[in-house]
Structure formats: structure tokens, C-alpha cells
Design a protein. Structure first.
Length: 620
């Protein structure tokens, strides 16, 4: 449908709406999209659909979080509504920033009990800066601890804090239960469907604006690799028409030519499916194939165009780790991808599509910088599942120098929700980690909310300790705040480790007799090698122990001597918790089937030559 404006600008595809759903992690974005797909008819009742259909990645399903931005579309009342499901965790902010550039409005989803949290603030900041039209949906209003009116007040305060315009402050509010598939504009008039949300989107979100008469131009915001089609690039067609067999060129952010090529296939979104089409007109979201060097933030355009589309700058990485080739005695037993070349190629490919990630080849190792522990942990877990083996160093924050040569380090805003009795221990632990309390207040139902400004360095490894201190009831949310003056030295891990002095299979007899020396990190029957960390020492120093020694056999028998040995359960480490546990003279060994801790130098004589060094001083 064409609509000619007085100024000569043509609105194409006035029956298309492009929106993003943005919120804090676990506030129900992906579940709400499931309900929208069903009620719009894109997914029929007789069709099977996985719970959280948009979380297609195995790691996303296991963790219940969205890592990669994804698109879908629904049809309602003659309109095609392209919906983008975006990550809610700040570590994947690069995805959020890219995706918002191709939508015209955003649904801000907020939990009715938790209210706006740091990642809500993070994504909302990006949306308001792009002048997107917001619709606020307070989700999970059927929770027993819902506090709808207080949360709505907090949302208004957040908009004001972020300097929203008068137009942006005049947002529509809906109340919903995404899991149960209903929404309403008035809590006193509940419904049993999402019609009010559909209607609000059509009323509030502007039509997609683009000029069909200008040459073709599109900004790449999502990159994927298909085994049959090759590199797939997704973005909004800003102008012109995209067709298969078109000749195009690719420009980087500075306008430099990246490559010339030809489009081999054009696809668009229909529900959960991607459908090949003959053309995509300006204003719609498209996927194209056929280019080899183009990546995220590049502009694909007609050969006559010389100016690239501007892209939103990305916040800098704040944390780095070193990736080594696995040189342990068990190297190559699990994975098939163990060489430096293989690891380097994989990291380069990841850096092309993951713009929040930076990779430097340092010769002996690769320095990988990202947004935080989760961001880096997801990369390592993905590579592990692909068959890679590697050694991982202790994470370090990336420091900067000010104009006056002062050392600056990254700080984060930390929002803690915990039961009232545990607030004291949380404040004590955070203060030791150089955090400054900004605000503290009661939220009702016996809960306290505390807001800190804390150095990223001090938060490394604290989350598991926080869960222990709050008996698993606490919630801690973090988001990058700023670079500020270096906070000084921080206390490291207080306990030493137990190190295996032999190679072989651990025995229950040895582990049982070592329980008074500390907590075990391995179970009976696990293969160990010399220099491998098998437990945490109860004292400050490291201690070499023998965990492969078996019970001596004799021909003498006595009552009670042959009772079965019962060992305490060992501590189970995830990749994130293991990364944050190790010290600078230790490594995390990752293979497809094992997560092991080890000393960087396996030989005890080598360890004595290299005293423990502080590797926190990494400058970006």
C-alpha cells in the first residue's frame, strides 16, 4: 500500500509494524511471544511447539535465558507484525543495541513483583536514545506477591531518570499474564486473550517508514551461518527493494568497501518459519544469502551508494580471559579440536558476529575480552560442545588510564533483593569488596532491596557466595555503570587448594581420609594427573595429596575394617563458578566431557620458580 506524503517521502508497507520486546532476564519475554504466536494463528492448535519456541539454542533452553536475538512475525487485522525477541542480560547488550536499530517501537516488559531491574534500565536506555515508541506491559500480575501500583510508579521514575521525552512518558500501560495468555488495559476488567495487546500495538507503534524509490540499502544486525546457504544476514530494508540475483556491495562503518557480491537467496519471516520470496520491499525485515565477507554492522547496498548506514556504538568489554592450548596429560582424549589454529579460527568467527567480543592473538595464548562472566562462560560452553579443548585463565577486569594518568576500572550497579534477615551479611560482604551502598529500602513481604556501586573486579566469584549467604533466596542483578578511580587491592581467595601428586584413578579410600584436610572437588573413580586440583584446602596454603592410593590388602581381618567407605558429596563446579574460583597461577581445563581445575605449572619444581603473580592489571 503506497501513501504519498506532501514532502515527497513515500511510506511503503504501511501494513507492517516492527517491534522489539525488551526486558530484564526472566521477566517473560519469550513466553509472551509463545502466546502471541498461538493466538494470532501462526501456530495452529494441532501443531507442536516447544515451550519458549524462540529459545532455539540448547544453552538457552537449559538456562531459561535468551542469548541470541531472533525474529518472528505474526498477522493481525491485516497487518504483518515483525517481532524481535532480544536478550535481557547486560552481558549480551551487543545483541540488544543492534536489534533496536531495525524496529519502530518496543514493548517494555516488567515483572509485577520484581519491578524494573538493572537490565530493564539498560535496554530502556538504548530504546529511548533511538526515540522508539514504548508500550509498557506489566507481566505476571497473577503472582501472589504482585505489587502492580508500586511497580508502575517505579517505571515512571525510571523513565524520568532516563530523561524520557514528554511523548515517550505518555506511554500506554497493559497488565498481562504471558504464561496464561491474557492482557488487559484495566485490572478490574480481566480478559482471557491478548487482543488488547494486539490492538495497542496497531494503535501505538508507527508504520515502518522507508523509501522504495531510492536504491536498495540494508544494515546487517544479525549474522548466522547455514550449512546449505552459507552466511545469512538479517536486517531491515531501509530503502529500495531486495531481490535474488541483485548485484550489491558491502560497506563498513567508515564507508570502506568490504566486498562486491550477488544475492543468491532472499527470505522473510512468517511465524516461526523462514520463507524464500521473490522480493522484500523497504520497511520489512529480510534475510539474505550469497555474501562471504559481510558481517554485523556492515551496510549491504546498491553499487551506486557510497555512504553506510550509521550504527549504534557498543559499550566496551570490561573483562578478559586468556585461552591456552590444552597441554595437560589428558589432552586430546575427549575433543578433536585442540590446536592453536583451530581455537584461533573459531574465536575469529565468533568475534565477527559477536561485536561485544574482542580477540587478540598473544602468541602463547588468545586474550578474549567480553562483557562479563556469563558472556565469556557462554562462549566457552558453546566451544566445549563443539569439541574444543582449552585451558582458561583467571578473568581480569580491563583497566584504563585517565588524562591525568590515573588508573580507572569498570564499576557496576548491583541491585540486590533478599530476605530481611540476610541484608546485614550482604552489606558486610559487599563492603569488603569495595562496594558503596547507594540506596536501601523495604519492598514488602519481608524483602529488602539494596543498590550498590561496586567495582567489577570485586564481584568476580561472589555470586555463589551470595546465594549461600542468603540461603538461595537472594536475587542479584548487575549492569555496567561507568569507569571510575581504581578501588585498591581486594582480598582474594582465602583458602589454598589440594593438588594431586600422582596420576591414576581416585579412590574412595583416599578421598575419605582426606576429608579433614578440606572439601573435595572430585568424586571417587575420576582420572587425575599430577598438578591437578582435587579439592579446597581448609588452610591458606596449597597442599599436595595422594588421591589414587588404595587400601592396603592384608590377610588379617578385624571387625569393622571392611565396612564400605562413604565419602561426602563433592562440590560441583559450573564453568562460570570454576572460572571465578581459580587464582592467577591456576587454569581451568575444558574438554567436551570434563571440567577440571589445575595448576598452570604441573611440575612442583616449576611452581616454586614462578611465585603467584597478580594479573589483574590488564589495560584496554
Amino acid at each position: 500500500m503506497l501513501k504519498l506524503k506532501d514532502e515527497g517521502f513515500i511510506l511503503m508497507n504501511s501494513k507492517i509494524k516492527n517491534i522489539a520486546i525488551i526486558a530484564h532476564v526472566d521477566h517473560g519475554k519469550t513466553t509472551l511471544i509463545d502466546s502471541l504466536l498461538k493466538q494470532s494463528g501462526e501456530v495452529k492448535e494441532y501443531q507442536e511447539m516447544n515451550v519458549r519456541a524462540m529459545d532455539s539454542n540448547d544453552i538457552e533452553r537449559e538456562r531459561g535465558i535468551t542469548i541470541l536475538a531472533k525474529c518472528t512475525s505474526i498477522h493481525w487485522d491485516g497487518y504483518k507484525i515483525n517481532i524481535v525477541d532480544t536478550p535481557g542480560h547486560a552481558d549480551f547488550g551487543g545483541e540488544v543495541e543492534r536489534i533496536l536499530s531495525m524496529v519502530d517501537g518496543a514493548i517494555i516488559l516488567v515483572d509485577a513483583a520484581e519491578g524494573p531491574l538493572p537490565q530493564t534500565k539498560f535496554v530502556l536506555t538504548k530504546a529511548l536514545a533511538l526515540n522508539l515508541k514504548p508500550i509498557v506491559v506489566i507481566n505476571k500480575v497473577d503472582r501472589a506477591d504482585a505489587r502492580v501500583s508500586e511497580v508502575l510508579d517505579e517505571i515512571y521514575e525510571l523513565f524520568l531518570t532516563l530523561n524520557a521525552t514528554d511523548e515517550q512518558l505518555n506511554f500506554k500501560v497493559l497488565y498481562a499474564s504471558g504464561r496464561n495468555g491474557w492482557s488487559t488495559t484495566d485490572l478490574n476488567n480481566p480478559t482471557n486473550n491478548l487482543n488488547s495487546l494486539f490492538e495497542t500495538v496497531l494503535e501505538e507503534i508507527p508504520d515502518s517508514k522507508s523509501n522504495i524509490e531510492e536504491p536498495f540499502k540494508m544494515l546487517n544486525v544479525i549474522l548466522e551461518v547455514d550449512p546449505f546457504l552459507g552466511v545469512l544476514l538479517t536486517g531491515k530494508v531501509e530503502s529500495g527493494v531486495l531481490k535474488p540475483n541483485m548485484s550489491v556491495k558491502v560497506l563498513d562503518l567508515n564507508g570502506n568497501l568490504v566486498e562486491n557480491g550477488r544475492i543468491t537467496k532472499v527470505l522473510t519471516f512468517e511465524g516461526l518459519n523462514r520463507v524464500a520470496v521473490d522480493e522484500v520491499k523497504a520497511g520489512d525485515i529480510a534475510i539474505l544469502a550469497g555474501l562471504k565477507k559481510a558481517t554485523v554492522t556492515h551496510t549491504v547496498c546498491d553499487p551506486v551508494i557510497s555512504e553506510p548506514i550509521k550504527s549504534t556504538p557498543v559499550d566496551p568489554p570490561t573483562m578478559s580471559i586468556n585461552l591456552y592450548v590444552n597441554d595437560s596429560p589428558f589432552a586430546g582424549q575427549d575433543g578433536k579440536k585442540c590446536t592453536s589454529r583451530m581455537i584461533g579460527d573459531r574465536l575469529e568467527k565468533e568475534a565477527e558476529k559477536n561485536i561485544a567480543l574482542k580477540v587478540k592473538n598473544k602468541g602463547e595464548y588468545f586474550e578474549v575480552s567480553g562483557r562479563g562472566e556469563l558472556h565469556l562462560g557462554i562462549l566457552i560452553e558453546t566451544m566445549r560442545r563443539e569439541g574444543f579443548e582449552m585451558g582458561i585463565s583467571k578473568p581480569n577486569v580491563i583497566l584504563k588510564r585517565s588524562e591525568s594518568n590515573k588508573i580507572l576500572e569498570p564499576f557496576e550497579e548491583v541491585l540486590v533483593d533478599c530476605d530481611d534477615p540476610y541484608s546485614g551479611v550482604v552489606i558486610e560482604k559487599m563492603t569488603k569488596r569495595k562496594a558503596a551502598m547507594q540506596e536501601m529500602f523495604q519492598t514488602g513481604m519481608g524483602k529488602t532491596r539494596i543498590i550498590f556501586k561496586a567495582p567489577t573486579r570485586g564481584l568476580i566469584g561472589y555470586h555463589s557466595e551470595f546465594l549461600t549467604d542468603t540461603r538461595g533466596t537472594g536475587i542479584m542483578n548487575r549492569s555496567f555503570l561507568c569507569y571510575d578511580d581504581y578501588a585498591g587491592e581486594l582480598p582474594g581467595r582465602t583458602n589454598g587448594v589440594l593438588i594431586s601428586n600422582d596420576v591414576g584413578q581416585s579412590t574412595a579410600y583416599s578421598l575419605f581420609n582426606l576429608e579433614d584436610r578440606g572439601e573435595m572437588l572430585i568424586s571417587p573413580g575420576e582420572q587425575v594427573y599430577r598438578g591437578m586440583i582435587v579439592g579446597e584446602h581448609s588452610k591458606e596454603n596449597d597442599l599436595e595429596v595422594n588421591v589414587v592410593k588404595g587400601k592396603a590388602l592384608t590377610n588379617m581381618r578385624a571387625s569393622g575394617k571392611d565396612d564400605a567407605v562413604k565419602c561426602k558429596p563433592c562440590r560441583l563446579l559450573t564453568i562460570e563458578s570454576a572460572i571465578t574460583y581459580i587464582e592467577s597461577d591456576e587454569l581451568l581445563e575444558i574438554t567436551p566431557n570434563h571440567i577440571r581445575l589445575r595448576k598452570k605449572y604441573l611440575d612442583p619444581n616449576e611452581r616454586k620458580k614462578h611465585s603467584r603473580q597478580n594479573n589483574d592489571m590488564v589495560f584496554g
